[in-house]
Unconditional design. Structure first.
Length: 214
């Protein structure tokens, strides 16, 4: 039984080998050529690294280097496949009218763009959650109004009044006091009762209603 199975395998391999040789009977082995080239992108003509170049006629292939350069042994009339992820697979047929045994090409690949159907993403996992949020939502309390309320002068003053002075604020206050003493050295201290700018600000605040007792 084992010998019969072994004979069947040998016969199959022999048939495949004969079939492969028979495909190449129309090719003159004296016309073997060294095919090399560079693969570039059709959009901006930049070299594309690590492109797969497969010769379907002889069942062999190579991978281009980082600069998109490849070199392989081929025959006139062979069909080459160029494939790369995200690009359309293209073919190239080696000319059968070449007189020299070396041939160079520049092959371009076109980007494969797929248009997917439109998908709408909702922040609610179900219709019930959407209905509950719709009923309970506050249309006048959006993100912009909340930010304006939190950044208002009253809110910032309230937060500042509750914060303890840190070392930087204390150092700045002492530095300003020292600068004031140097500025008024040998003179009377500054009296804001005689400062016209302070009186102008007081009158303006009084007209704007900022001096009302809350």
């Amino acid at each position: 039984m084992k010998k019969w199975f072994l004979h069947v395998l040998i016969f199959c391999f022999a048939g495949l080998s004969y079939h492969g040789v028979a495909q190449r009977t129309d090719i003159d082995t004296n016309k073997i050529l060294q095919l090399s080239g560079v693969v570039v992108s059709e959009q901006d003509l930049t070299p594309m690294p690590y492109i797969t170049v497969y010769d379907k006629s002889i069942g062999r292939g190579v991978i281009a280097d980082y600069y998109g350069y490849f070199s392989m042994v081929s025959f006139p009339g062979d069909t080459l496949y160029f494939s790369y992820y995200g690009y359309q697979t293209s073919t190239y047929i080696v000319p059968d009218t070449l007189e020299e045994n070396r041939y160079s090409i520049i092959h371009m690949l076109q980007q494969d763009t797929i248009n997917l159907p439109e998908v709408t993403v909702y922040p609610w996992p179900s219709k019930e959650d959407f209905a509950k949020f719709f009923v309970e939502m506050n249309p006048y309390d959006d993100a912009i109004r909340r930010a304006q309320r939190e950044l208002s002068g009253e809110s910032l003053a309230f937060v500042a009044a509750r914060l303890d002075a840190d070392a930087s604020l204390a150092s700045g206050l002492i530095t300003n006091q020292q600068y004031t003493k140097l500025y008024t050295n040998g003179q009377l201290p500054v009296n804001n009762l005689l400062n016209p700018y302070s009186w102008a600000k007081l009158i303006k605040d009084w007209k704007d209603g900022k001096l009302k007792i809350k």
